[in-house]
Design a protein around this ligand. Structure first.
Ligand SMILES: [Fe+2]
Length: 194
């Protein structure tokens, strides 16, 4: 859920400058990006490929594309258009377990836990630099900072209803622009892909 919240929040802010991102698609991609994780853990398949195939089969090719592209990043994509797919991918790298973390924290944790060799660690460091460059591109367009209070507060605001106060309420009223839930059940643009 945090990945979707971050992606939609950033998408909403980017749309204030240039309205080009589909927030419903962002939310769907953010919520469903790891839909095949449980199966892939059991089978060893790539969860992004399995998840994308599932969504494609159900008639959601745009969401499938986001799911397929949420794991990896290359220079061309990082320097290219800021699409829904890029934002979900970036948001995914800002979450560790159920916590928003910095790109550096996320990758240092990956290196510590998964780097199999010095070369693999160097590769992950390169990825960290790539995501940092993407992050600069995203945030140079925004008035908030990557580790600023507005973004980092998202994790503490989930579950609050409107009227309970806090940054989460202000964010929902100002930036979301649609009611939670309806778009996933079929009233939004993403559901009209079929
Ligand atoms: Fe994933």
């Amino acid at each position: 859920m945090l990945v979707a919240e971050i992606a939609v929040y950033l998408g909403s802010l980017l749309n204030e400058r240039c309205p080009s991102l589909d927030l419903q698609l962002l939310e769907a991609g953010g919520l469903l990006h790891d839909i095949a994780k449980p199966r892939s853990i059991a089978t060893g398949e790539k969860h992004e490929e399995v998840g994308a195939a599932m969504l494609q089969g159900w008639g959601y090719p745009k969401v499938a594309g986001i799911v397929r592209e949420h794991v990896t990043m290359d220079y061309g994509r990082a320097m290219g258009p800021l699409t829904e797919s890029i934002l979900v991918n970036y948001a995914d790298k800002r979450v560790k377990h159920s916590e928003i973390v910095s790109i550096e924290d996320r990758f240092l944790d990956l290196i510590e836990r998964y780097a199999r060799s010095r070369e693999h660690a160097a590769l992950l460091e390169k990825k960290m630099e790539l995501y940092s460059a993407l992050e600069r591109r995203i945030f140079e367009r925004l008035s908030i900072r990557p580790t600023g209070e507005e973004l980092m507060a998202i994790q503490f605001c989930l579950g609050l209803e409107e009227g309970e106060g806090g940054n989460g309420d202000r964010r929902k009223k100002d930036h979301r622009g649609f009611a939670r839930g309806g778009e996933i059940r079929g009233t939004g643009g993403f559901a009209q892909e079929r």
